[in-house]
Write a protein that binds this ligand. Structure first.
Ligand code: PLP
Length: 460
């Protein structure tokens, strides 16, 4: 596969200059962009193309989101048709694509849910916090339930509340102070257990830690527990199978809502349609984004169980309706594209494919354990963490600079992998989260490139 438009060096240079003079980029240092740019002009399957014709295998699916792969032109037809029909009207009324999409989500979740539409994963979690608070005021008026328990090293978004909910000190530090509405507990991470224990003799100390925290805070002040089923931020951590069911039991015991962040896990990424479906739990609030449209349109949602939804029903005079509105929530074009994206995900059985290709890729990555600096290969489906250490026995992490050299080596050899930000202080992890359509040959290429990086670079 090659790009359809011809490389044009002068055009590329114009774009670079225009961009550097005018765009404020997130997360990357502009000086670094000046030194090493990618100007993406086209993409197909799992490959993106620079304006200079260079192809990169995108082993991160953008930002963990292009689940159906790039270049699905049929979605352009869906968007164009919907734009001609009706581009937009607010969710104070109904529109056809939003109702279709909500029905699809409800079906995929096994029934019993209603969907509130927003535009990004951060907004989906934020709306989840607000729906939770309103629910608690309505259902537990005698209490002051407002705190959410979340985990260290988690990431839940970029707004002040979602950042506060997250547990990455490094990402939060520049924006302090926070509200104090989020109480953090240790995360489940068996490779680097925060309690220094081993599964199963640990007896799930990470769950006990949550119960201690609920009791210490006072259950009458706690509203919800927020978890990402398989943590991505810390460099991908798959909890023991009992973890999420035990967390759900705590929610039921103390009348808390179980708020699950499926922003990355959702829509096939982990080998099931939703990450929580590996564990047989029924969350009360589910935040979805990214794979909902495979990033073909910006759209996200907060999905609430009907037992929560029912709290918002009543006469207008009772004032129980959801007390917020997002202008673009349920945008007809975004919803139509997302609904078609889901048809592709389901029709092509891409969750099953993620399970199959993920197992293949993890097995292949494990062959790299012959390099002394590979500490751990973990994940579910195509959500994979490849942890590098200075020394396998002591698990001493490689430095952030060393992980950077691995990521840059791969980029220079045409493969884009991620690195864990949470991992800067907590191990050094290469993240791999490719489109679910990735082929075996492309998986092999990721492994070969990492193999070459580990051979070429000094990680001692
Ligand atoms: C687990 C998780 N939750 C929430 C978010 C926030 O999503 P968005 O960037 O769309 O606001 C992200 C973003 O990467 C995420 O990984």
């Amino acid at each position: 596969m090659s790009p359809s438009s011809k490389p044009d060096a002068a055009f590329r240079q114009t774009v670079v200059r225009r961009d550097l003079d005018n765009v404020l980029h997130p997360i990357v240092q502009h000086r670094a962009l000046e030194a090493r740019q990618i100007v993406v002009t086209q993409a197909q399957g799992s490959t993106i193309y620079d304006a200079d014709g260079t192809a990169y295998l995108d082993a991160m699916a953008g930002l963990w989101c292009v689940n159906i792969g790039y270049g699905r032109t049929e979605l352009a037809e869906v968007a164009a048709e919907q734009l001609r029909e009706l581009a937009y009207y607010p969710q104070s009324a109904m529109n056809v694509p939003a109702s279709t999409l909500a029905e699809q989500i409800n079906t995929l979740m096994g029934g019993g849910y209603h969907t509130y539409f927003v535009n990004s994963g951060s907004e989906a979690n934020e709306a989840g916090f607000k729906i939770t608070r309103q629910f608690m005021r309505q259902e537990h008026p005698q209490d002051t339930r407002f705190k959410t328990i979340s985990r260290y090293f988690s990431y839940h978004g970029t707004t002040l509340a979602t950042l506060d909910a997250g547990g990455m000190g490094e990402r939060k530090a520049k924006f302090e102070p926070y509200s104090g509405d989020f109480v953090h507990v240790a995360h489940p991470h068996c490779y680097r257990c925060p309690f220094g224990l081993s599964y199963p003799s640990c007896n799930l100390a990470c769950v006990k830690n949550i119960e201690t925290t609920i009791l210490g805070e006072g259950p009458e002040t706690v509203a919800a527990i927020l978890v990402e089923p398989i943590m991505s931020g810390v460099g991908v951590s798959v909890p023991p199978d009992e973890y999420l069911p035990e967390v759900e039991k705590l929610c039921r015991k103390y009348d808390l809502l179980l708020h699950v962040d499926e922003v990355i896990n959702g829509f096939g990424r982990t080998g099931k349609m939703f990450g929580h479906q590996h564990y047989g739990v029924k969350p009360d609030i589910v935040a979805v984004a990214k794979g909902i449209s495979s990033a073909y349109m910006p759209i996200a949602a907060t999905v609430v169980k009907n037992s929560v939804f029912e709290s918002f029903l009543g006469e207008p005079s009772q004032n129980r309706q959801v007390a917020q509105v997002n202008t673009y929530g349920g945008h007809a074009v975004a919803a139509a594209v997302a609904a078609h994206n889901i048809e592709i995900l389901v029709g092509e059985k891409l969750a099953d494919r993620a399970a199959e290709m993920g197992a293949y890729l993890r097995d292949a990555l494990r062959t790299l354990m012959r390099h002394p600096h590979v500490g751990d290969v973990r994940g579910k489906g195509l959500l994979i963490g490849f942890e590098l250490v200075k020394d396998r026995a002591s698990k001493e992490p490689v430095t952030p600079a060393q992980i950077g050299t691995v990521v840059d080596f791969c980029k220079d050899h045409g493969v884009l992998v991620g690195r864990s930000n949470g991992g800067r202080r907590y191990g050094g992890v290469v993240n791999i989260s490719p489109p679910l359509v990735i082929t075996r040959a492309e998986c092999d290429r990721i492994v070969e490139t990492l193999d070459r990086a580990l051979t070429a670079l000094d990680l001692s």
